[in-house]
Write a protein that binds this ligand. Sequence first.
Ligand SMILES: [Zn+2]
Length: 482
Amino acid sequence: MISHVAYSQIIDNGLEKIKSTNLMHTVNILSSAEFDGRLPGSEGYNKAANFASETFEQLGLIPIGKDGYFQHLKVEYNKIDTPAVLQIFMENKKRTYLHGSNFVLRGFTGSANDTLPVAFCGYGISRPDLSYDDYGKINVNGKIVIVFKSNPSWKLNDETWGNELPREKSRVAYEHGAKGIFFVSLPNDKKPQPLIGSVVHGEGEQLENFPQYHISIETANDFLTRTGLLLSECQQRIDDRKAPFSLLLRTNARIQVVAHYKKEADTKNVIGKIEGTDPKLKEEYLVIGAHLDHVGSPAGLLFPGANDNASGSAGLLGLVEAFQHSQLKPKRSVLFALFTSEEQGLFGSKYFVENLNIDTGKIVAMINLDCIGYGDSIQVGNGKSSPELWSLVRKTDKENLNLMVEETWGNGGADATPFHEKGIPCLYFVSKESYDHLHQTTDTAETLNPKTLEEIVKLAYMTAKEIAEGKYIREEVKNIKE
Ligand SMILES: [Zn+2]
């Protein structure tokens, strides 16, 4: 419909509806304390899902879930109550640490109420097959272990470390008799990872009485005081020799955590449809998705997730409004999906593609909105896997906004991945350099750039309208070796 005129030259009442004030209003609601960090399984998430489904209804979307706009699924859920205690005891000294400043509880921590000795166990890896074992020469029975959250940047025998995710490291520590684990970021990284809110990644048994903390590098150094070493020196020593260097620290930690774990909690995607107007093309679909969930508020510490991903969720609701107010009705059908449990492992988007009543071969494209409100430029990912679709958005940007950067990537990314894996061309909209506050308590609405948010949503809208018009023909997706 707009091959020779810039989209902004066309009168489209929908485009006029996309305003930063409206989008920021939604971001403020979703990132407020009332929604409690939107952890799947929690009251806060359900409130956010209700808010979204009410908005879908007001805007006249057709419900396509088994329960109205809701598509239910089960996920693991861990409710963490107050208090969150960490104190250090060393000779006659005691120091109390602050949750949020000196440590954060990890999303799948178990409960505890104890005072225990502490040991440092390097990377927390036990790989006898590689002759590498951080637990080989130390007895951690009944102790809390401090381990690096990430894996070494070096390799042994050219083998990768595999899946030593925090969950796996906890299991290894537990099997060696440890009573709890403190993860710490690598002090010698150029920019060590700050304290972050988390949910569990991967599968495994929940260790219900095994506390898991992420402590700051400074806090770890306090625990190391009596060894005369700094954490950075310990890392250096391990990395230089590619050999374990584990230590008993002769300090005690007082810990208290109250967690209630559920193996299967109910959560839901929120899904709706606009039916296409063309008798033939309406059997083809464009999917627009964004994840609604975030990492919650362990022991009352709120992770607002304003950029991640109240911004994308607000963008999606803004797109519904724009589509519904446009006098130019889409020929293809458009599905809108707010996904649950992205943070836990893309469970909502995977469930969506696996449980649709339509043939995924009929989905011509998927647009993902994730972290779209920070900084001042636009990046559109997955261009390497769907170059024709990407050039459509590139052209639309050039003619209208000129804010898109050239860099892109392949193979989907986050909620686009399950679609990409089904052979569906995807575009992943994100604001460039979006991750300064990622999974931190500082990811608040005040840090966002309303102008960027509006521009990304406008670009997504113009692109979506072109796809829905039927101009774009689904291309063969490319798998990229990166
Ligand atoms: Zn996200």
